[in-house]
Ligand binder design. Structure first.
Ligand code: PMT
Length: 405
């Protein structure tokens, strides 16, 4: 993904991972971006301001009221200067200050004053990360559109193991590049399905699955960042609509099929990340089935009928469209997916191993294989769903270059 050189402010807060900040600076500078740093007083105890000053060639601002800085960029001008602000490492404390809108030092004031997108790379002890206060702050910040990268899982500097490690510098830089956007999918209309379907049994009950919609929504957000027009057909999910994405909500597989087929003419790329029910109850009772009416019987028998295969229908009328399917496999992942791509006829199949606790349904990470009809297999190791989405779209762009419209 290529972008014009942009202005990036790295806001460093006080955690041991601050020693990795120079790597983030260098990575972004290699793309030609102008990088400046601001830091909290505690951050300056973990990484020398002079190191960052030498690397960036600019004064590293630390104080809200620094007479020696008079005439230099103040916190408002710094907030306005940035096209993107990265907070790395981000402590539990800065997350709390951000969520409450506190502005009692330079970094928090810049974060409150800026209108630029903010990317946060949290780093802290596992118990601090899982504390309800931290999680509540994260919910508030996510709701406000703050972007997050990591934290990863592993051995922590405090001696504990678990979630809380700052994402790797390359992952932070890659996410920053994505947020700065590109126009690599400009002119394309991407139709994406996400979430599970719910197949009603009666007025209150339905058969559904554990899909959260996270994978499909990550694809929609990423495609929009790359300049595509995105139509997201969302099944059962609680997720907010990503910026710049058109969304149509559906419940059942039949509704999803109807919307997908209606949108197909305008789509140049179709990505089917939804977990569509293969079966639905033959009869949907209009009223709630009363427990009392069942007590005389020994249980209840539901007859299920087969739902249409939307992906196969889309592939049957593919034309010069690119069609990407997903495959949720719990065993023999690659072999099953190789069989599935032949049956369905899509250009790319993204196979996830749903037997893993950290991949597939209802988690923030995924681990997938990208499989092509000629048997080419590329593994994407465990990464955030946003990172997986980026790699899937990188591959889609490559296929588009090989097969122009
Ligand atoms: O939503 P998340 O919690 O983030 O979880 C992500 C995910 C695991 C749901 C996603 O990564 C995924 O694998 N989606 C496809 C799940 C699935 O239905 O797999 P499948 O192997 O049963 O179906 C294969 C393909 O056919 C899929 O593209 C599916 O959308 C499509 N399909 C299936 C049945 C059907 N009746 N119509 C279809 O179009």
């Amino acid at each position: 993904m290529t972008t014009e050189p942009r202005r990036i402010l790295l806001a460093v807060t006080g955690g041991i991972a601050a020693y990795k900040v120079p790597e983030i600076v260098r990575d972004l500078q290699r793309d030609g971006h102008e990088v400046r740093c601001a830091m909290t007083r505690s951050a300056a105890r973990f990484v020398a301001p002079l190191s960052l000053q030498v690397l960036t060639g600019a004064t590293v601002r630390q104080d809200l009221f620094d007479p020696s800085e008079e005439g230099e960029i103040d916190h408002i001008r710094l907030a306005d200067w940035a096209d993107l602000i990265i907070v790395a490492p981000a402590t539990a404390h800065i997350l709390g200050r951000m969520s409450h809108g506190l502005a009692d030092d330079l970094v928090s004031s810049v974060l409150l004053a800026t209108r630029a997108p903010i990317l946060v790379a949290p780093a802290m002890n596992v118990n601090m990360w899982h504390h309800p206060a931290t999680q509540a702050n994260l919910d508030v910040l996510r709701e406000r559109g703050i972007h997050f990268v990591g934290p990863g899982v592993g051995e922590l500097a405090c001696g504990w193991e678990g979630e809380g490690r700052m994402a790797d510098p390359e992952e932070i830089a890659a996410q920053a590049r994505r947020l700065l956007g590109s126009d690599s999918l400009a002119g394309e209309t991407v139709l994406i399905t996400a979430g599970g379907t719910a197949e009603p049994i009666d007025a209150v009950r339905s058969i559904t699955n554990r899909s959260s919609g996270k994978m499909g929504f990550a694809l929609a957000e990423e495609a929009a960042h790359r300049g595509a027009r995105v139509c997201l057909v969302a099944g059962v999910t609680a997720l907010p609509t990503p910026a710049g994405v058109e969304r149509v909500d559906v419940e059942t597989a039949m509704e999803m099929r109807e919307v997908v087929l209606a949108q197909l003419d305008s789509a140049s790329i179709v990505i089917k990340a939804a977990a569509v029910a293969d079966f639905r109850p033959e009869v949907r009772e209009e009223q709630k089935i009363k427990k009392a009416s069942l007590e005389s019987q020994d249980g209840i028998t539901l007859r299920l009928v087969t739902n249409p295969d939307i992906l196969a229908e889309v592939c049957a009328q593919k034309g010069d469209r690119l069609v990407v399917g997903f495959a949720a496999e719990s065993e023999d992942v690659v072999q099953s997916a190789l069989r599935k791509i032949k049956q369905k006829g899509c250009d790319l199949l993204v196979a996830n191993d749903i037997s893993r606790a950290d991949a597939g349904f209802n988690v923030d990470t995924n681990s997938v294989y990208l499989i092509t009809p000629d048997g080419e297999i590329e593994e994407i190791p465990l990464s955030s769903k946003r990172e997986v989405a980026a790699q899937v779209l990188d591959r889609v762009e490559k296929l588009r270059n090989e097969k122009p419209r």
